[in-house]
Design a protein around this ligand. Structure first.
Ligand code: N01
Length: 547
């Protein structure tokens, strides 16, 4: 099965190939950026590989796909009318509601006119003489623009490990982020799911309920917390909407881009065992990420962290009836919360079902794919369908595959060969007038994405407005500002336990990728303040070139 869906190839654009701005991606980031740049009166072209809007929520159609930020907060805030009109059916929205919402945004603001679908960017290069970007596509388009804005998401470059003899498999196989729109018949089939990250956990829970035989190929177990998802309470929604602006403001200044009811004030080690257990139990029952906010030092002190990890391991042991399966599902070799915490709707319970089987591919690695299924060192598992929930080449992957070249032909891939180097996660030395929405070095994947997307888009729009008003041709960070930011990003990450896990945050899931912690741990509120200060000081740390 091809990883990239084959889109109908149309002819290149011939009529108007010069724009003020080219934006890549028509997810929430690309759509909002288009909306804001139109307000400035700029001509904008959005290029999108898919044949519809929604980004993550266009591509990730696997069974059980759902967001783990609360619906009332995982949405765009720029239009209070839309905020009031739109209704979310569930506390945590499934893929189809999010895709429906993305389409609503596109229709409501008439965005499709400026979006070119079915088009992948293959090259983007900066010309120092004209001070313009040239963007080329797989359809043969060549566009020029003053501003090149990437809205490609952090988790859009699929990671498909190089399994031996994959092509020999005679059944169907899909990567979760390329699952067919029309779905796949599961009834009566022997299904294999490889991978137990956030995606795998959701897919396993959904597929396990079907009338099929499910084999879960787990290499590393993950910690997962109950979401306690439920239908939206109309009273709660009504009440929330009366104070929507306040809720949004609280999210903007928060650590993680979502409003938190109560911040912790005490160390996990400063309370008695009974009090700690009661706190964790209450948080577990409240669901979602509440457990992570139980104490002040869960991300900075290994002993404190151990108490939360052990609480979750014990929950797994209490839930999963077979003790051997429970032990395999209980993570032991990295601190909790240092890999992206997962959220579920009955994941551990799934392993009590007679049709669900856990296969330990840490002890017995996958050796190859055979015509009939998956062969591990313990034997062959015959399968009709394999779903690969093997994740993404996160953050840098989506940028590198556009072959971006800046000044002197230096490619972004070459410049970042030892790890991403950005100023504020939004710009990089040598790439003038290029802006990365939720790029490495910004809070991005550590935050509620819609909050971070809006902050970046607003900042970029204000910056472009400033350039125009002040008749400036180019903006580019200074090497000193970039070095200082990279150092700061590393420094704050190293104060936490994050680097202790082999996570995709640190590039550990991709062979050969440099081990560098990519997102900014300093918090959405602090980060926003820093970005605003930079702008208020006339774009401190940037070089501005007159037109
Ligand atoms: O990917 P992952 P994901 N043989 O990289 C396994 C977001 N998201 O798609 O850990 C066997 O986390 C790999 O095993 P190991 C969220 O930010 C959000 O699940 O490398 N197994 C791991 O188990 C999330 O963190 C939502 O040992 C192999 C799995 O594949 C991010 O997307 C929902 C293997 C990959 O896990 C990525 O999550 C879904 C091999 N050769 C996703 N190679 C919500 O909002 C890899 N694996 C709810």
């Amino acid at each position: 099965m091809p990883l990239e869906q084959e889109e109908a190839v149309e002819s290149p654009i011939t009529d108007h190939a010069e724009y003020d701005a080219v934006v890549v991606g028509a997810g929430f980031a690309g759509m909002y950026q288009l909306y804001r740049l139109r307000e400035l009166g700029l001509s904008v072209r959005v290029l999108e590989t898919g044949d519809g809007v929604g980004g993550t929520w266009y591509w990730n159609r696997y069974p059980g796909a759902r967001v783990d930020s609360p619906s009332m907060q995982y949405s765009l805030s720029f239009s209070s009318e839309m905020e009031q009109e739109w209704g979310w059916p569930e506390d945590y929205s499934p893929q189809n509601d999010l895709e429906r919402y993305a389409n609503h945004v596109a229709d409501r603001f008439n965005l499709r006119d400026d979006i070119q679908f079915g088009t992948r960017v293959t090259n983007a290069s900066y010309d120092e003489n004209t001070k313009k970007w040239t963007i080329e596509t797989d359809r043969g388009d060549s566009l020029t623009a003053q501003y090149f804005i990437t809205a490609v998401g952090c988790l859009s470059a699929t990671n498909m490990p190089n399994f031996k003899n994959l092509e020999s498999f005679q059944g169907e196989w899909y990567h979760t982020s390329r699952y067919p729109k029309e779905g796949v018949e599961l009834k009566g089939k022997r299904v294999g799911i490889v991978g137990t990250g956030s995606t795998g956990i959701q897919a396993i829970t959904a597929v396990g309920k079907e009338d099929c035989e499910l084999f879960v190929f787990q290499r590393t177990p993950n910690y997962s917390l109950p979401s306690n998802n439920k239908p939206m309470d109309p009273e709660f929604e009504k009440e929330w909407k009366t104070r929507y602006a306040e809720h949004r403001e609280a999210a903007r200044v928060s650590q993680g881009g979502a409003e938190i009811i109560a911040y912790p004030s005490v160390s996990a080690l400063a309370v008695s065992d009974e009090e700690r257990a009661a706190t964790y139990e209450k948080a577990w029952n409240q669901g979602a990420f509440t457990l992570a906010q139980s104490f002040t030092d869960l991300m900075t002190n290994e002993d404190a962290n151990f108490t939360a990890a052990e609480f979750v391991r014990n929950k797994i042991r209490q839930t999963v009836k077979d003790p051997e399966t429970a032990e395999l599902l209980a993570p032991k070799d990295y601190p909790i919360f240092t890999k992206r915490i997962c959220m579920d709707t009955g994941y551990y319970e799934t392993f009590n079902r007679p049709n669900v089987h856990l296969v330990d591919v840490k002890a017995n690695p996958i050796e190859e794919i055979t015509p009939k299924g998956i062969k591990t060192s313990a034997g062959e598992f015959e399968l009709d369908l394999i779903i690969f929930a093997t994740g993404f080449d996160a953050m840098t992957g989506p940028l590198f595959r556009m072959n971006i070249a800046g000044k002197d032909g230096l490619t972004l891939k070459k410049k970042w060969e030892d790890g991403p180097k950005t100023y504020l996660g939004i710009s990089s030395v040598g790439f003038p007038n290029m802006f990365m929405i939720t790029g490495p070095g910004s809070p991005s994947v550590l935050s509620n994405m819609t909050t971070s997307i809006e902050q970046h888009v607003d900042w970029i729009t204000d910056t472009i407005k400033y350039l125009k008003e002040n008749e400036l041709a180019d903006i580019e960070p200074t090497a000193a500002a970039e070095d200082a930011w990279v150092e700061h990003v590393n420094e704050v990450a190293n104060k936490t336990l994050y680097p202790k896990a082999n996570s995709w945050y640190i590039g550990a899931n991709i062979p050969g990728k440099p081990r560098v912690f990519m997102p900014y741990v300093g918090g959405v509120g602090n980060y926003r303040q820093k970005c605003d200060e930079v702008a208020a000081k006339g774009y401190e740390g940037f070089e501005l070139t007159p037109a």
